[in-house]
Design a protein around this ligand. Structure first.
Ligand code: TXA
Ligand code: MG
Length: 368
């Protein structure tokens, strides 16, 4: 199949909506990442999403709606908390898990009796949903296991020939996926940190629990509430190791362990510290939104087959940085090393590197 490239002109949005109504696959821009969209009420169309991504079929999809008023169409119960959250954060990077109505196929929900719903903050995509007259089921538009796509070029790289069209809405503003909150749990539960910081959710809800998939590595056979959290994610071909501590300590550590084929992923402010160590900046430490916006694009740039190992610097702090940290930890398989407490061997190169990486923090909490 030939993958058409569409713009956000009204004519192209109508074309995209027609493709969706006809059971096709269309990549759609959102404020978080690009989505791989199909009619969420058509099991056959939804099946094609799983095929194109190579995604395990037990991993449910998020339904995208163009207007919060549509929530009761697909959810059996809409508690006050959901209305409050929708009013405050929609359109925006928040997905709510609610009890699902029978009209939503099992293929979409991965067989669960709940569904994730979100109203994205992107005019073109909301217009496509409105024109299509159906909710759009969309996972991130990447090959399963790879970093999510934040530009149309990324989508084309992963999906060329596998989907009907890509609507190019420019680079995604937020750059990490939506925050997922489960409102069917006794206490609202954070299943995935994302574009909305957990503090803002908690302030509105009063209470918020963190699922353990958020804070640590989850075994592949574990029962987790967001099935997607148990799979390997965001992983470039290169091995990723997170180096914690001051820029100076981290640079000393990397310098002592650096080998040909290694690279550094760091904050723009730290580029001088890592001079000569093949550094790439993904944003500015002083501007956490630039880090979330730049992370996946940078991981993809480094995923060129030449880079063997990536030493990565990870932001601290709340808000969207909780999500940036979570995605980096996942791409690293939760391997971290603290450069302050693991001083580098003075000038003798890399003998310690294997041991250091092996000893590093499986299950390291990502903050909260
Ligand atoms: O920002 C986003 O959320 C993007 C854009 C395209 O909207 N979408 C996205 O979808 O990230 P995806 O499929 O890549 O990630 C959705 C996550 C998966 O981990 C999935 O397991 C979880 O949401 N999920 C979906 N429905 C669920 C449900 N009913 N209960 C628990 N987790 C659910
Ligand atoms: Mg995804």
């Amino acid at each position: 199949m030939t993958t058409q490239l569409l713009t956000t002109s009204q004519q192209d949005l109508e074309k995209a909506a027609r493709l969706i109504r006809g059971g096709g696959l269309v990549a759609i821009p959102t404020e978080t990442v690009y989505g791989l969209g199909a009619n969420g009420l058509d099991p056959e169309a939804v099946r094609r999403i799983f095929l194109a991504k190579g995604r395990p079929s037990d991993n449910p999809l998020i339904l995208h709606i163009h207007d919060a008023a549509r929530l009761p169409d697909f959810c059996r119960e809409v508690p006050d908390a959901a209305r409050l959250l929708a009013e405050r954060f929609w359109p925006g990077p928040l997905t709510m898990i609610l009890p699902v109505r029978d009209l939503v196929p099992k293929r979409t929900t991965g067989g669960l009796d709940t569904v994730g719903v979100r109203c994205p903050d992107n005019d073109a995509t909301r217009e496509i949903i409105r024109l299509a007259g159906v909710p759009i089921a969309a996972p991130s538009a990447n090959t399963s296991g790879k970093p999510s796509t934040t530009t149309a070029a990324h989508v084309l790289h992963d999906m060329d020939g596998k989907i009907d069209a890509i609507v190019d809405g420019g680079p995604c503003r937020v750059g990490v996926e939506s925050t997922i909150v489960d409102l069917t749990a006794p206490v609202p539960r954070l299943l995935r940190p994302g574009g909305i910081g957990p503090e803002a959710l908690k302030a509105l809800l009063g209470e918020l629990e963190y699922d353990r998939a958020v804070t640590g590595e989850v075994a592949a056979d574990a029962v987790v509430r967001a099935p997607g959290m148990k799979y390997k994610h965001y992983a470039p071909a290169a091995e990723v190791l997170i180096v914690e501590g001051s820029a100076e300590a981290a640079a000393r550590y990397v310098r002592a362990h650096f080998e040909p084929g290694d690279a550094v992923l760091c904050f723009a402010e730290e580029l001088p510290c890592f001079a000569g160590l093949n550094p790439t900046a993904y944003g500015r430490e002083a501007d956490p939104a630039s880090l979330s916006a730049g992370l996946f694009a940078a991981l993809r740039r480094l995923d060129d087959g030449q880079v063997r190992r990536i030493f990565a610097r990870c932001p601290s702090g709340g808000g969207v940085s909780v999500a940036t940290r979570n995605r980096l930890l996942k791409s690293a398989g939760f391997r971290t090393v603290n450069a302050e407490t693991k001083p580098s061997p003075s000038g003798e190169g890399a003998e310690q590197s294997e041991a250091d990486e092996g000893a590093s923090g499986r299950g390291t909490a990502d903050g909260q």
